[in-house]
Design a protein around this ligand. Structure first.
Ligand code: FES
Ligand code: FES
Length: 150
């Protein structure tokens, strides 16, 4: 978890998102719907964006998980975080951790190849404040900063 090994004894029914929030106190990962619709709970499992309300904690055994708390390095924001900040790509911020994690995966997988691809790639992440225009602009900036723009 964010570079640190944790050993936990879990109930088989415990969802990963509640393991993160309630057991590890990593409350940056939000729960919006609990039914795999909103993307607020998105984290990276071995680099792939996953909705952590759809995964059991026990399924994450042995996996490398990254949450929003694990993105910044040495006090420096991750390029995606910086781009969201610079482009004002958040309003209330509730969707933002999930949106940022989904964006990291999209860019790392070479799928942020233009506005349409970005909108399709992030269609599983909903923003109730509807700030999609600035979010797309931030993703494009971040892809450039990470050398992954098309
Ligand atoms: Fe997981 Fe909404 S809380 S998708
Ligand atoms: Fe409010 Fe997206 S910034 S839900």
């Amino acid at each position: 978890m964010n570079g640190t090994r944790h050993e936990l004894e879990l109930e088989p029914r415990e969802l990963l998102v509640y393991v993160l929030r309630d057991r590890l106190r990593l409350t940056g990962t939000n729960v919006g719907c609990d039914t795999s619709s909103c993307g607020a709970c998105t984290v990276l499992v071995d680099g792939a964006a996953v909705k952590s309300c759809t995964v059991l904690g026990v399924q994450a055994e042995g996996e490398e998980i990254t949450t929003i708390e694990g993105l910044a390095r040495d006090g420096e924001l991750h390029p995606v975080q910086q781009a969201f900040h610079d482009r004002h790509a958040l309003q209330c911020g509730f969707c933002t951790p999930g949106m940022v994690m989904a964006t990291v995966s999209l860019i790392e997988h070479g799928e942020a190849t233009g506005e349409e691809a970005i909108r399709i790639g992030l269609e599983g992440n909903l923003c109730r404040c509807t700030g999609y225009h600035n979010i797309v602009a931030a993703v494009q900036d971040a892809a450039s900063a990470m050398g992954r723009a098309s």
